[in-house]
Design a protein around this ligand. Structure first.
Ligand code: FES
Length: 100
């Protein structure tokens, strides 16, 4: 078990190993866009992983290819639907879309 802190609100959500960050956010009643329902094909669940890089799964090829197509991607960018909680350390993410 680890925690995910969601910026900018500072909300803290408990996360079990194996959950995607999208699952974690939804379990905390934080809705972000997820048009393809977690298939790494829409890019709408793009978030910034601020802390805890080692606490989530590595970027796989599908995620990397999709990230390459998104404007504004940075070194901390992840697709929330693809990053799985490993339970090894706490995580902090930042929501990127206005309105959250
Ligand atoms: S929900 Fe579509 S890429 Fe994550």
């Amino acid at each position: 078990m680890s925690t995910v802190t969601v910026m900018p609100s500072g909300t803290v959500i408990e996360a079990s190993e194996g959950m995607s960050l999208l699952d974690v956010l939804r379990s905390g009643n934080i809705e972000i866009p997820h048009k393809c329902e977690g298939n790494a094909s829409c890019g709408s669940c793009h978030i910034s992983l601020v802390e805890g890089r080692k606490g989530v799964s590595k970027i796989a090829r599908e995620e990397n290819e999709k990230l390459d197509t998104i404007v504004g991607v940075g070194s901390k960018s992840r697709l929330a639907c693809q990053a799985k909680v490993l339970g090894t350390e706490n995580i902090k993410v930042e929501l990127l879309d206005a309105g959250f």
